[in-house]
Ligand binder design. Structure first.
Ligand SMILES: Nc1ncnc2c1ncn2[C@@H]1O[C@H](COP(=O)(O)OP(=O)(O)OP(=O)(O)O)[C@@H](O)[C@H]1O
Length: 467
């Protein structure tokens, strides 16, 4: 299918799905930057913020950390306790006060490098939730000399909200270091021109930080001794931020310690990182791979949307045994489905790109706490939800890429599990055309896993297969 036909598919679903107002569910409508139709767009910065809002603890990861040292002959230090870092007692108290008992996997290696003397530059990559923010917050708090009343650490993040989130971590961790002060270089925070900042740490977005350094001269970039660039992947995906970051970087001295963090590492991020961080040590923690090994996969043949709905209702008893997620192609379809399920008396929640990040975080929180057993959503919103607690995934619409081919990665992401949580799960795919049957075949071939036909009108068979 060409890009056109993919667009046509969205248009068709748009046209044939009546608009539904789901009271209390579809909250205030957010403009989607004039994006394409009803498809949810991946906004990396929003995604990152959502992850931060819903995260309660470290993401577990059993992979080994890969370390590439600038000087391979120097010994590699790693720590198993925070004590080994010889932090100031009030900072150590702040760390323990946050409930951290021991360094996370990435922190074990990153912290000694960041705190080493003479200073070392670092590029670190690991998925969201593995402890990067906590690591560089600790490094900044440890680095500053509180007696010096000027800015020594500068940290930039891609958005206002992300900068605030990082600031909160620094404030919490530095709770027992009252003499260390923090300023936010974010829009709306006006400071008298020419007045030199006394705060030792400044965190902000690239545009405002650049203004504070060059236009308003609130910060003397030559006195910055630690520069942190967080969420490099999100940064370069945001218009203008890449150039602004490089311009800030150019103002700094060669002695300034450069630290760069990213959740992903495509070539473009890598090229950017190399520009900003000379002679780096590199630390990478690979994501734990998701697998389909413990998932039983099915497909249900349906004629059209209403038929899919009937099949879903037949399945409903099984859905609510534990928790289920239902994926739709468009927001409109998700809203339609959710409204119809509610009309049938089912208790379901809707997670849609129309909601603000805070609203989405609260829906996910309710679902996690088991207040709703079934969550209807589109692709984009699902990221960040731990699927371990979800035992049944229904692809009401199959995942397709822009060309209309099977989107295997999204399929795996929707239903896969990491090895650690090898719990069993079920995936049911609704097939309503020859094209969607082709997609099922492509997915079967790609993963070399059988997808079995399920007849939802045959309760006995269903019970047998789904047990
Ligand atoms: N050593 C630790 N022990 C226990 N919890 C930790 C530790 N380090 C960080 N955490 C907690 O784990 C969660 C994720 O940490 P952090 O935000 O630093 O990760 P991250 O890699 O920066 O991810 P993101 O970019 O999504 O914030 C937070 O709730 C944080 O408080």
């Amino acid at each position: 299918m060409s890009e056109d036909s993919w667009a046509v598919a969205v248009d068709v679903q748009e046209a044939t799905t009546p608009s539904i107002q789901v009271s209390n569910i579809l909250l205030e409508k957010k403009e989607n930057g004039g994006g394409r139709k009803d498809e949810d767009k991946v906004d990396l910065a929003e995604q990152s913020l959502l992850n931060k809002l819903i995260r309660r603890s470290l993401v577990r990861n059993r992979n080994q950390v890969e370390v590439l040292q600038r000087d391979p002959t120097s010994p590699l230090y790693s720590v198993k306790t925070f004590e080994e870092l010889r932090l100031k007692p009030e900072l150590l108290r702040g760390v323990y006060n946050m409930g951290f008992n021991r360094p996370s996997r990435i922190q074990e290696n990153a912290l000694p490098m960041m705190l080493a003397q003479p200073p070392q530059n670092l590029i670190a990559q690991s998925q969201s939730g593995t402890g990067k923010t906590a690591a560089f917050s600790l490094a900044m708090l440890s680095h500053v000399n509180p007696a010096n009343k000027w800015t020594q650490c500068l940290c930039i993040a891609p958005t206002y909200e992300l900068a605030l989130q990082i600031g909160q971590v620094i404030e919490q961790m530095g709770k027992f270091c009252p003499e260390v002060k923090l300023a936010y270089a974010i829009r709306g925070n006006r400071i008298e021109r020419g007045k030199k900042l006394q705060e030792q740490i400044v965190i902000g977005t690239p545009g405002t930080v650049l203004d504070w350094c060059t236009k308003y001269k609130l910060i003397d970039p030559k006195k910055i001794t630690m520069f942190v660039l967080d969420e490099a992947d999100v940064m370069i995906a945001t218009q203008g931020h890449r150039d602004q970051s490089i311009r800030i970087h150019r103002q700094l001295t060669n002695d300034c310690q450069m630290l760069l963090f990213s959740a992903t590492f495509e070539d473009s991020v890598w090229r950017f990182a190399e520009q900003v961080v000379p002679d780096p040590n590199i630390i990478r923690l690979k994501r734990e791979e998701e697998t389909l090994d413990t998932i039983k996969q099915f497909y249900v043949l349906c004629k059209e949307k209403e038929d899919k709905f009937t099949a879903l209702c037949n399945l409903y008893g099984s859905l609510t045994i534990a928790q289920a997620m239902i994926f739709c192609h468009t927001r409109k379809m998700a809203a339609w489905l959710c409204a119809h399920l509610i009309k049938e008396g089912h208790q379901v929640a809707l997670l849609s790109g129309e909601m603000t990040v805070e609203q989405r975080a609260s829906v996910i929180e309710r679902f996690r706490n088991g207040k709703e057993k079934v969550l209807v959503t589109t692709n984009v919103c699902s990221r960040g939800i731990d699927v371990e607690q979800v035992s049944l995934v229904v692809n009401f619409d199959l995942p397709v890429d822009m060309d209309g081919n099977a989107d295997n990665e999204t399929y795996l992401h929707r239903i896969g599990r990491t090895g650690r949580f090898g719990r069993r799960g079920f995936a049911v795919n609704m097939v309503d055309s020859k094209h969607s049957m082709d997609i099922i075949n492509q997915i079967e071939m790609h993963f070399n896993r059988r997808i079995t036909k399920l007849d939802t009108s045959n309760l006995d068979e269903m019970e047998m297969l789904l047990s």
